[in-house]
Design a protein around this ligand. Structure first.
Ligand code: UPG
Length: 422
């Protein structure tokens, strides 16, 4: 496996522009391959025509470095004969990781189609994605258990690939309601794969989870370790990974990136989008943020007697914007590859519960009251990634620190004490 970053694209003749060339003219439009005819100003019988073929398929990298003419006068004829229109379906787009990934996709130059049933998320998240990026996209309010409604989206839009986030995700709830989890997560994915096949869409990035590893003794966790999920939520992630692997065996055009996230936290740097848990947060950082903003009295630390330096559990927290960038890299990879591959998306560095609490206190300037309670059933003492495969194959690595994660979470929480509201 080698790092690969070129992007396939659709070609279409889009437009012809004729204009006056001024000094420092800059034609800056990523995502286009532009064929330029330049007629210079000295029209003395020997009109010189210079054809330049300008290639920009860099999805945002070095946009401004495209073409610069330094001529005082002249006529420029620009014919956009080829246009990249790489349209990506994002399922569960309004969710926490989905909405942040939409921002990264749009900023990288992809077009998106968003679908969500808004069972656990708010349309406001997508309005804010449009506000942050200044870009619009179509939004379909669709429950993926409704195969017909889902297929209608495929019939209407001409997608290249899918990023599949949609699914139920609460571990405790999955133990209490296993059938609901198996039905929702598996049937919606099967409906998705059927529509993909019918409409010849054969590339997918799947939102898996480090939870598929279960309670492993050995850390860091590597993709080639056997997986052994310990709750129905984790089982659904492992089963979907297997479904996608099986499709890849049956269809040699099919490509799937299975992204195993560690502990996503943080928010977009604008503070406009972030995690908006329903009810009492199950996860550490949203809970700490709600204590800091005064919505909860104190944190219960689940166990202070683990075999770790301060006795509290260790996890690999990863900034949600690093994770979002990981999806863009995985998408670029999957568009150029077939087969199914799992990738850990983590930092490779573990932090204890108390380290998180103290980093949050630093970032917010607010003291976080806590007490040490009993261990939470099913929790491992430590879990962190070996992220080297994603680095080598996708060319991705996390860059943000725990302090960045806490600062951005705090900004979001302070600006939006009630999340996206009603
Ligand atoms: O109120 C709380 C909540 C959590 N913790 C501790 O904080 C750490 C992190 O817990 P949490 O934020 O709930 O994350 P995980 O239990 O590691 O699970 C997350 O990470 C998994 C991936 O490894 C995902 O699959 C899960 O969906 C996601 O909830 C653990 O040591 C917990 O015991 C507390 O002490 N108090």
């Amino acid at each position: 496996m080698e790092t690969q970053s070129s992007i396939p694209f659709l070609l279409r003749i889009s437009s012809i522009h004729v204009g006056i060339l001024r000094s420092d003219f800059l034609y800056d439009h990523s995502m286009r391959i532009t064929f330029m005819g330049y007629i210079n100003g000295r029209m003395r019988g020997n009109v010189r025509i210079i054809f330049l073929c300008v290639v920009s398929v860099n999805f945002g990298v070095g946009r401004a470095a495209m073409v610069m003419f330094r001529r005082e006068f002249g006529i420029v004829v620009m014919m956009d004969i080829l246009e990249v229109a790489c349209l990506i379906l994002v399922t569960g787009a309004a969710g926490y990781i989905g909405s942040h990934t939409c921002v990264s996709l749009l900023e990288a130059g992809f077009d998106i189609v968003a679908i969500d049933n808004f069972a656990n998320s708010k349309p406001e998240a997508l309005s804010r994605v449009q506000e942050i990026t200044g870009k619009t996209f179509s939004i379909h309010s669709v429950d993926m258990l409704d195969a017909k409604a889902l297929d209608a989206v495929f019939a209407e839009e001409n997608m290249e690939a899918v990023i599949h986030f949609a699914g139920l995700k609460a571990v405790g709830e999955s133990v209490a309601q296993p059938l609901r989890y198996y039905e929702n997560n598996l049937v919606s994915t099967i409906n998705l794969c059927k529509s993909m096949k019918k409409h010849h869409v054969n590339k997918i990035v799947f939102s898996s989870s480090a939870t598929v590893y279960g309670a492993q003794e050995q850390v860091p966790l590597r993709e080639d370790m056997p997986i052994a999920p310990v709750n129905p939520y984790g089982q659904t992630k492992a089963m979907i990974e297997q479904i996608l692997r099986d499709i890849a065996v049956a269809d040699d055009q099919f490509g799937a990136a299975l992204l195993r996230y560690f502990n996503p936290v943080g928010a977009h740097g604008s503070g406009r989008i972030g995690e908006d848990p329903q009810g009492i947060p199950n996860n550490l950082v949203p809970y700490v943020a709600q204590v800091a903003v005064g919505k909860r009295a104190e944190l219960t630390v689940h166990g202070g007697d683990y075999d770790t330096p301060d006795g509290t559990g260790i996890r690999d927290y990863i900034h949600v914007m690093d994770l979002a960038e990981g999806h863009v890299k995985a998408l670029s990879w999957v568009l150029n590859h077939t087969g199914a591959e799992a990738f850990n998306l983590g930092t490779g560095k573990g932090s204890s519960v108390l380290e998180v609490v103290h980093a949050f206190e630093q970032a917010s300037g607010v003291r976080i009251p806590y007490h040490i309670g009993p261990r939470r059933p099913g929790d491992a003492a430590r879990s962190f990634a070996d992220p080297s495969k994603a680095q080598q194959v996708l060319g991705w690595r996390a860059t943000k620190t725990l302090d960045d994660m806490c600062a951005d979470t705090w900004k979001w929480q302070k600006q939006n004490p009630n999340g996206y509201g009603e």
